[in-house]
Design a protein around this ligand. Structure first.
Ligand SMILES: [Mg+2]
Length: 181
């Protein structure tokens, strides 16, 4: 299974994106995803969307943005096997969205949910993310291959990701387009 963070990995990170018109695919992303699909990987998006919980936008807007992501993917022949979004935030969430949720990365919940749907080998799975919390979620779930990209928040977070290197093998790439099988 190929676990992909969305904002800052597949699409440009617009900070709490709520308008489908702002969805912009990062160059090379779809080509890499297609390579993994051709190799038999399930492709899964795991995305913290605390903008919902914070009240910046609603589920309708979040799902419209996600629909645009999938529309652009389909134009390049890509279908995602599973998309998991988490709306919660432990401090900034409003009302029912204010909770400590293991689905929210760095928790492993979204990955575990997707893994239960498909019979895949976790050690053969890959996670690509731009934030330290993405990598932490991959570690928590036991994903075999962890890749940090420099797009999105990647440049700013890289030094904090490198702190994991003493205990875990982390790979570094400029962008998803540069990730190899
Ligand atoms: Mg991201």
């Amino acid at each position: 299974m190929l676990f992909l963070d969305r904002d800052g990995v597949i699409i440009e990170d617009r900070q709490y994106i709520r308008d489908p018109a702002e969805v912009a695919i990062i160059s090379g992303s779809h080509e890499t995803i297609q390579r993994f699909r051709d190799a038999g990987f399930r492709i899964v998006i795991i995305s913290n969307q605390s903008g919902i919980g914070r009240g910046y936008y609603g589920w309708d807007e979040a799902l419209a943005v996600q629909a645009r992501v999938q529309e652009l993917a389909a134009q390049d022949g890509i279908i995602y096997d599973c998309v998991v979004l988490c709306p919660h935030h432990p401090e900034k969430g409003k009302g029912e969205f204010n909770k400590i949720c293991n689905w929210r990365k760095p928790g492993a919940g979204m990955l575990t949910f997707a893994l239960e749907k498909f019979d895949v080998d976790l050690r053969q799975s890959i996670l690509v993310g731009d934030k330290r919390s993405d990598i932490e979620a991959g570690i928590a779930a036991g994903v075999g291959r962890l890749i940090h990209v420099a797009t999105g928040h990647g440049q700013a977070e890289r030094s904090r990701v490198k702190e994991f290197e003493s205990d875990y093998k982390i790979e570094f790439a400029d962008c998803l387009g540069d990730v190899e099988l």
